[in-house]
Design a protein around this ligand. Structure first.
Ligand SMILES: [Zn+2]
Length: 458
């Protein structure tokens, strides 16, 4: 076997986000092939062999790569529409357009979504894709291929909808799959793309869309399928007061009780939003170790409310951050979610004690790794874990006058990414992707957005 190739990063601050929140004001980190080999205060040890690159990271903070836990890539080509709606009105306004997507559009939108996140320090992305119009091509394959080509670690949450208007649901009848069709296609996607290796770049989760767009049977059988295949489960839950009302009217109980009754609480489950949770809902999540994808910008955009993140963390609920689809968070960046998680939660009951900068960074890194089921491999910088990490440049106008680097990163403007690594491979240099042509992606997404708008208007 060939000797490990080493990359040495020196003269940087490091926030490891390990269990003790270890930080180094001036430290080093050594990458050996795909993993973090060592890190600590001061210079790297002398006499290291096979050093192929040495990076002087003066003025930088090194953190674990950001982990996104909730997104809908296809929405990249429907940004900036229905801008003044709540969730249900916004969905009803957009479903007819979304139902016209095809493989070419989805590939382009996936590349746009991934590129925007990657250049901003995301090293692990996820896509909850749940719109599969008949005859639209291999959408899951297009999405997985886009992430693989860009070198971003990825979880595809294979979504589905089978409760349309005629069954009391929200999507139009032509936008949904059948129960059996959705389950069979989900199983096929897991078998084709799910990788169980330690350094896996692609994993798949079973992810029916939301209580108001799926049948109770799809939830139940989806949970059975995921557990038979040994993959994780994801869905939307407790997002708005309208959803709460919907669940009480149709099922005679609130969303959390409904999820529990269908097998949807557990350590293999993570749920987006969880805004409208009472104390017993939070206790149920904590007891079952069900994870949460907190999406503060989207929740604000759709006037959904403020998730009780401080209470969830105090109870021991695993919490990560999510961009959510870019039709409800046009920025498409995860850094804004670190900042908004902190700021928006301070508008809730706990005021200034709600979250601090280090807790926000933990949500965006280790917390995300936990809810995606990958805390052993990524989410913190520790010897033996995968080398997914970011060099944030903090010595320019935007941040240089802030002494504490973690405060600068979370409270300050989006920091420039000098370099970003996934599995020890560099994918970003000086804020530009090394693995794709951003200008070409911008052109293509504009073209596909226009094409979709034209088809939808017919
Ligand atoms: Zn969502």
């Amino acid at each position: 076997m060939a000797a490990a190739q080493r990359i040495v990063i020196e003269n940087c601050s490091i926030a490891t986000v390990d269990a003790d929140d270890t930080e180094y004001a001036a430290g080093h980190l050594v990458i050996a092939d795909r993993r973090v080999e060592s890190l600590g205060a001061g210079d790297a040890p002398e006499g290291l062999e096979n050093v192929v690159r040495r990076i002087d990271a003066t003025g930088h903070l090194v953190t674990p790569g950001l982990v996104n836990t909730h997104h809908h890539f296809y929405q990249w080509i429907t940004r900036g529409l229905a801008t003044d709606h709540n969730l249900f009105d916004w969905l009803v306004a957009l479903y007819p357009t979304w139902a016209r997507i095809d493989e070419e559009m989805v590939r382009s939108a996936a590349r746009g979504s991934l590129a925007m996140m990657a250049r901003g320090g995301v090293t692990t992305a996820m896509d909850h894709h749940y719109v599969y119009p008949r005859g639209s091509g291999d959408l899951s394959g297009a999405i997985v291929g886009a992430a693989r080509d860009m070198g971003v670690r990825f979880t595809l949450a294979r979504g589905s909808m089978d409760r349309s208007e005629k069954d009391g649901g929200l999507p139009p009848d032509f936008a949904v799959e059948s129960l059996d069709g959705a389950l069979a296609a989900t199983e096929e996607t897991v078998k084709r793309h799910h990788d169980t290796s330690f350094d896996a770049m692609t994993q798949v989760a079973v992810a029916p869309c939301s209580p108001f767009s799926i049948s109770t049977e799809l939830l139940r059988q989806g949970a059975e399928l995921a557990r038979r295949l040994g993959v994780r489960m994801h869905t939307h839950g407790s997002e708005t007061v309208e959803e709460e009302k919907f669940c009480h009217e149709l099922f005679g109980m609130g969303p959390t009780d409904y999820f529990e009754s269908t097998g949807w609480l557990g350590e293999d489950v993570w749920m987006a939003h969880c805004v409208h949770m009472n104390d017993s809902d939070i206790a149920a999540f904590a007891r079952t170790r069900t994870g949460v994808a907190h999406c503060p910008s989207s929740n604000a955009r759709l006037a959904a409310g403020i998730a009780r993140v401080p209470d969830m963390l105090a109870a021991g609920v695993p919490v990560g951050l999510g961009v959510d689809g870019t039709a409800s968070n046009e920025s498409g960046e995860l850094h804004t979610e670190l900042r908004n998680a902190l700021l928006i939660n301070r508008l809730g009951a706990h005021r200034e004690a709600a979250l601090n900068a280090r807790q926000a960074l933990r949500l965006g890194t280790f917390g995300g790794a936990q809810v995606l089921g990958r805390a052993a491999e990524i989410g913190s910088l520790e010897p033996g874990k995968l080398a997914d990490l970011v060099l944030w440049k903090l010595d320019t106008l935007a941040h240089a006058s802030i002494a504490d680097p973690v405060t600068a990163l979370v409270f300050g403007a989006a920091a420039p990414v000098t370099a970003s690594f996934v599995n020890g491979r560099q994918i970003v240099q000086d804020g530009r992707l090394l693995t794709a042509d951003e200008d070409e992606i911008a052109r293509s997404t504009r073209e596909q957005a226009r094409r979709l708008a034209e088809i939808a208007a017919r």
